[in-house]
Design a binder for this molecule. Structure first.
Ligand SMILES: C[S@@+](CC[C@H](N)C(=O)[O-])C[C@H]1O[C@@H](n2cnc3c(N)ncnc32)[C@H](O)[C@@H]1O
Length: 183
């Protein structure tokens, strides 16, 4: 019995070490750590998104996929991009059981085509928010909503800021006028 418990502990420690290596490598690459959005904030982000089954969405850096799942439960079609492979494996496996109209991609979201997306979710880092707009600002479809947990897009003025305790959610609408001093 003790041998079996020791065996399980060794397996758990080995798995934890492998996951830690994945996390550390990706953090070094992206500068954005994996920190899941708390559930009440996910609920508010989903409410602000006003999704229907007609709409398409994406989560840029979806972590373990909780925002993608919550949006998919409304019937909206969407995807999550994530570089930490074990998180993508987990989300994909979980969706095999839940069968929502969503998919998880083990890709860098900076390679994504974000045209004709109705809602973009993100919880990144200030430098990544700036780079996001530099990369996609020209190609996003007017009317696309961007819902960002915690961090602003420095080049834009938000349409709405929702405060939840110490946290903030920033809502942007592509095509809204950009004040010159923010560019
Ligand atoms: C703060 S977590 C947010 C996770 C999830 N969106 C949530 O709110 O619960 C940010 C995630 O973005 C991922 N990430 C950062 N840069 C990325 C990139 N260029 N492409 C894909 N994923 C990225 C990180 O690996 C991390 O898991």
């Amino acid at each position: 019995m003790i041998n079996f418990i020791l065996f399980l502990i060794i397996i758990a420690l080995t798995a934890a070490s492998i996951f830690s290596v994945f996390f550390a490598l990706r953090l070094f690459q992206t500068g954005v750590p994996f920190i899941p959005t708390p559930d009440p904030i996910v609920e508010k982000m989903i409410e602000l998104a006003e999704l229907t089954s007609e709409k398409k969405f994406v989560d840029l850096g979806c972590g373990e996929g909780k925002i993608v799942r919550a949006a998919g439960k409304l019937g909206a079609r969407g995807s999550g991009y994530e570089l930490i492979k074990p998180l993508v494996w987990y989300s994909t496996l979980r969706n095999k059981l839940e069968n929502l109209p969503i998919e998880f991609r083990s890709d860098d979201f900076f390679t994504a085509n974000l045209e004709n997306i109705d809602v973009i979710f993100c919880y990144l880092w200030p430098s990544a928010m700036k780079k996001f707009w530099e990369n996609f600002g020209e190609t996003l479809t007017p009317g696309t909503k961007i819902i960002s947990h915690a961090f602003e897009i420095p080049q834009l003025t938000p349409e709405k800021i929702e405060e939840m305790g110490k946290s903030k959610i920033f809502v942007y609408r592509v095509g809204a006028q950009i004040p010159a001093e923010k560019i």
